[in-house]
Design a protein around this ligand. Structure first.
Ligand code: TYC
Length: 103
């Protein structure tokens, strides 16, 4: 009978590190020309805000110069900022939404 060799069992554990995707802020910038009601309507349509929130956000941007309005993954933030800016552009307004990576 041949001797049996016992192979020790080895297990390899791979730790999968799941990182959250970085988030991006969408920022509304004030300007002197876009009508307040139009800003509110864009916030409601693109960012799904209720009338009160949209008015409050618009007023904050109006008074402070800018207002962070929402946080999304990069793709969503950039798409929404572009879409909202385009709505103003189509009406000839300088309304502008920008994005910034969250620290
Ligand atoms: N400042 C504009 C006005 O007085 C209104 C406005 C508010 C425009 C917020 C842009 O992000 C803005 N008509």
């Amino acid at each position: 009978m041949s001797p049996t060799t016992v192979k020790p069992k080895t297990t390899t554990k791979t730790k999968v590190k799941l990182e959250r995707p970085p988030l991006y802020k969408v920022i509304l910038l004030n300007d002197d020309y876009t009508p307040r009601e139009f800003v509110v309507s864009v916030l409601k349509a693109v960012f799904r805000m209720g009338a009160e929130t949209a008015s409050r956000v618009m007023l904050t941007a109006h008074q402070k110069g800018a207002c962070v309005i929402a946080v999304y993954t990069r793709d969503v933030a950039e798409t929404k900022a572009k879409e909202a800016t385009e709505l103003g552009k189509a009406k000839g307004y300088p309304l502008f939404f920008t994005t910034e990576k969250e620290e």
